[in-house]
Design a protein around this ligand. Structure first.
Ligand code: XMP
Length: 509
């Protein structure tokens, strides 16, 4: 990969955000743990040093060897990075006396610095640190200050190295993107060639070379990642890609049939396998959430393995792993980077003995959608809400039966269909219905009923890590509740979940 930016991670919660902002400038970048630098640095045109939860004065603090970077390529050091260069370059870093967390404004910006081009004094920045740079190394030039932070930005002498105390990657730093652009485009002259179309061309070419005449099996889930991975692989190797789409009987109403048809319409070599009965049999009587997940995972592997064996001489397993899964599995905290096992990374059962191909493992979720759109994948499919692998099993509290699945599919269909009809679907990150393991008393006509309660859940989120319940219009909730109770036999009460995450979670199990 040419024209690359190296992001050196010291463990900051914002490191991924830096990468996303760089990619938004159509510049390719990679995150590497500070203590595991790539051997070949020749492809990197600039480096960004991230923040860190550590103080540079602490003994466990990261001490990167920057000798192959500094003075060789332009460097932007953010927060911890800036303090590290100052502290070990002859300056002084000490605990700060005043609060330096949250919004601040640059009260001073040095004139005529290309680093701050287009950014005026007063610009709001985001601070998050408890140490402060009291003295700069000798010869370093102060480029900006806030009322509380004298050395908010500086440039080192004799090298193209900049330090900033604030976080340009956080949206609250309103000119953060401009600053990154100034550094990467104007100063480091990194070309802005990272676009979805280029990614598709380059990836398809690479996949052709990597796989050649080999055969790939890939499990489709109906979700965005596996679909985009499949379309890329299909472009590269055509019908040597064997897609397997398993119906575990826990999908949404009609989902299996309609998504399968969509896949076929996209020209994918796909086999739909209806294993609903096998999953439901295995789940019978199980009410513990983790036991449900394990059972579904085990049966899926069995079904997938059976199907993969149907393909003669298969060499590869395709996966829709995306970049956040890869980054999560690399830890910078230990003395050397350790690779944790992660459910998506290299997650193939031993007995399958296949090589893994992951065409999306360098992309963020929004980039996956952009790549999907650039290949002409249907916007409705790309805009789908996330849906958990265990499906409705973890939305049926207690044990699972075919009848409960049917009831929940009907309820979910009315809820999701309503969100679409009312133009609310795209405003919600994820929505679904939950079948509760309680009956409640109701009255229909002259009859007393004793039937199931369902909960509706709709959340706003950016990554699923935190979430807030959506303030859906009362009129919509009223209509949806009426429709559900009138149309779905076995349900006489609807409630709406108003819990945020944390402390609740998105799913109920
Ligand atoms: P929670 O409930 O942890 O969910 O707040 C966060 C996101 O993860 C999804 N989720 C799962 N996805 N297998 C999956 O593939 C699972 O076992 C699972 N559990 C939760 C959930 O739907 C939400 O998007």
């Amino acid at each position: 990969m040419q024209n690359n930016v190296l992001i050196l991670d010291f463990g900051s919660q914002y490191t991924q955000l830096i990468a996303r902002r760089v990619r938004e400038l159509n510049i390719y970048c990679e995150i590497h743990p500070y203590n595991h630098l790539p051997d070949d640095l020749s492809e990197f045109k600039a480096a960004i040093l991230s923040g860190s939860p550590f103080s540079v004065r602490s003994e466990q603090a990261p001490h990167p060897d920057l000798s192959n970077i500094r003075g060789k390529i332009p460097v932007l050091a953010v927060c911890y990075g800036a303090q590290y260069l100052a502290h070990f370059g002859g300056g002084k870093v000490a605990p700060s006396n005043t609060r330096e967390f949250g919004r601040a404004n640059l009260s001073y910006i040095k004139d005529d610095e290309s680093f701050f081009e287009g950014i005026a004094a007063g610009s709001q920045v985001w601070m998050s640190h408890s140490d402060t740079i009291q003295e700069l190394p000798e010869g370093a030039v102060r480029l900006a200050s806030t009322d509380d932070v004298k050395n908010a930005a500086y440039k080192l002498k004799g090298e193209t190295t900049y330090g900033i105390q604030f976080h340009p990657e956080v949206y609250h730093s309103v000119d953060g993107k401009q600053l990154l652009e100034n550094f990467l485009v104007n100063i480091a002259e990194v070309p802005q060639t990272w676009t979805p179309d280029n990614f598709v061309d380059m990836t398809v070419q690479n996949l052709k070379e990597q796989i050649g005449d080999g055969k790939v099996v890939l499990g489709l889930s109906g979700g965005v990642d596996s679909t985009v991975a499949a379309v890329l692989l299909n472009k590269a190797i055509g019908d040597n890609l064997y897609c397997i789409f398993v119906n575990n009987g826990l999908l949404r109403k009609h989902e299996f049939e309609s998504v399968l048809k969509q896949y076929e319409g996209m020209g994918l070599n796909v086999k739909g396998v209806d294993s609903s009965a096998r999953f439901l049999d295995a789940l019978a009587g199980i009410d513990d959430p983790e036991e449900k997940r394990k059972t579904i995972g085990r049966v899926f592997i069995e079904v997938f393995d059976d199907e993969a064996h149907e393909v003669k001489d298969v060499d590869w397993l395709g996966q829709g792993t995306i970049y956040p899964d890869v980054i999560e599995s690399v830890s910078v905290k230990g003395p050397s980077a350790t690779i944790k096992s992660h459910h998506n990374v290299g997650g193939l059962p031993d007995f399958m003995k296949l090589k893994v191909v992951e065409p999306l493992n360098m992309l963020f979720k929004d980039e996956v959608r952009r790549v999907g759109a650039s290949m002409g994948i249907d916007a409705e499919l790309l805009g789908r809400h996330p849906f958990p692998g265990p499906g409705l099993a973890i939305r049926i509290l207690g044990d699972i039966t075919a009848e409960k699945v049917r009831i929940l599919q009907e309820v979910d269909d009315i809820f999701i269909g309503g969100l679409k009809k009312w133009g609310l679907y795209d405003k919600v990150w994820q929505a679904g219905a939950i079948l509760l393991p309680v009956n409640s008393v109701g009255v229909m006509g002259d009859e007393r009923t004793y039937e199931k309660v369902v909960a509706l859940r709709a959340v706003e989120s950016t990554d699923g890590m935190t979430a807030d319940w959506v303030h859906l219009p009362y009129e919509f909730l009223q209509k949806t509740s009426n429709d559900i109770i009138n149309k779905v036999k076995g349900v006489n009460r609807v409630v709406y979940d108003i819990s945020s995450k944390p402390p609740a979670t998105i799913e109920w199990e």
